[in-house]
Design a protein around this ligand. Structure first.
Ligand SMILES: Cc1cc2nc3c(=O)[nH]c(=O)nc-3n(C[C@H](O)[C@H](O)[C@H](O)COP(=O)(O)O)c2cc1C
Length: 229
C-alpha cells in the first residue's frame, strides 16, 4: 500500500488494540515529549533476563516467556512496534447529559461482528470525554476522510471546545454526525470490557451511513497519511 505520510498531531501511548493511541490527556502528537520517547527507544545493552547492563538506563520489563531480550513490553517498545499497524481515524461522538456534544479522535476503532453487528473502540482511562460517551449510552463513529486531518487534531485536544466551527447534525440516536466524513456508524453501547489502561467499548450498530468514497485519513507511525483511492 503506498502511503504518503505527513507528520501531524500525534499520540504518545499505545492502545491495547495495538495502535499508537491513547495519549495521556493533553499530550499531542509530534511533541518534544514524543521525540524524547523516541530517543529512549534506542537499542540498549541488556541481559538475557531483560535487565539493563548500563547504569543510566532503567531496566526494561520483558513479557513472561519472551526469550529475546529485545522483545520488551516497555511502553515505548509497544509504540514502536505496534505503530507499524496502519489504521484509519474516526471521531467518536455523543450527546452529553448536559446537552452539549462530546467527541474524541480514535484510531482504535474496529469492526467486531457482522451478526450481530458490533464494533469497538478503546478509550483511555485518562480521557475526559469517554465518561460522557459512556453515560450517554449511545454514540456515533465518524470515519474521517484524508482532508479532515485538522478536524482530527481538534478532537484530540483535551479541554478544548472540540465542536467550535464544526458542521454537524444529530443522528437518529442523537449523537453528532459530522459533515464531510466518509461514513457514520451509530451505536448503542453494548458492553465495556477491561483493557488495562484503556477500556474496550463494544457498540451495537443501530444505523449506518456511507457518504462518499473519498480517500481515508490514515495514521501510521505517529504520522497522518493517505491512501490513493
Ligand atoms: C490519530 C489519533 C488517534 C487517537 N486514538 C485514540 C484512541 O484510540 N483511544 C484514545 O483513548 N485516545 C485516542 N487519541 C487521543 C484522543 O483523541 C484525545 O487525546 C483524548 O480524547 C483527549 O481528549 P479528552 O480528554 O476530551 O478525551 C487519539 C488521538 C489521535 C490524534
Amino acid at each position: 500500500m503506498g502511503i504518503a505520510t505527513a507528520t501531524g498531531a500525534a499520540r504518545a501511548a499505545a492502545t491495547p488494540a495495538g495502535t499508537p493511541a491513547a495519549t495521556p490527556a493533553g499530550a499531542a502528537a509530534g511533541t518534544p515529549a514524543d521525540a524524547a520517547a523516541d530517543a529512549s527507544a534506542a537499542p540498549r545493552a541488556r541481559t538475557s533476563t531483560g535487565t539493563s547492563t548500563g547504569t543510566a538506563t532503567p531496566a526494561p520489563r520483558t513479557a513472561p516467556g519472551l526469550a529475546d531480550p529485545h522483545c520488551t513490553v516497555e511502553g515505548i517498545d509497544m509504540r514502536t512496534a505496534l505503530g507499524s499497524f496502519c489504521t484509519g481515524v474516526a471521531l467518536v461522538t455523543a450527546s452529553g447529559a448536559d446537552g452539549r456534544p462530546a467527541g474524541m479522535a480514535v484510531q482504535s476503532f474496529s469492526s467486531v461482528s457482522l451478526d450481530p453487528p458490533l464494533i469497538c473502540f478503546c478509550p483511555a482511562h485518562t480521557s475526559s470525554t469517554w465518561p460522557r460517551i459512556r453515560a450517554a449510552g449511545r454514540f456515533a463513529v465518524n470515519i474521517l476522510g484524508a482532508d479532515q486531518r485538522d478536524l482530527c487534531g481538534q478532537f484530540a485536544v483535551t479541554g478544548s471546545d472540540k465542536f467550535a466551527g464544526v458542521d454537524w447534525r444529530p443522528g437518529a440516536n442523537g449523537a453528532p454526525l459530522i459533515a464531510g466524513v466518509l461514513a457514520t456508524v451509530e451505536c448503542e453501547l453494548a458492553d465495556v470490557l477491561d483493557g488495562g489502561d484503556h477500556a474496550i467499548a463494544l457498540g451495537r450498530v443501530t444505523a449506518l451511513t456511507a457518504h462518499h468514497d473519498g480517500e481515508p485519513l490514515v495514521y501510521f507511525r505517529r504520522s497522518y497519511g493517505r491512501v490513493p483511492h
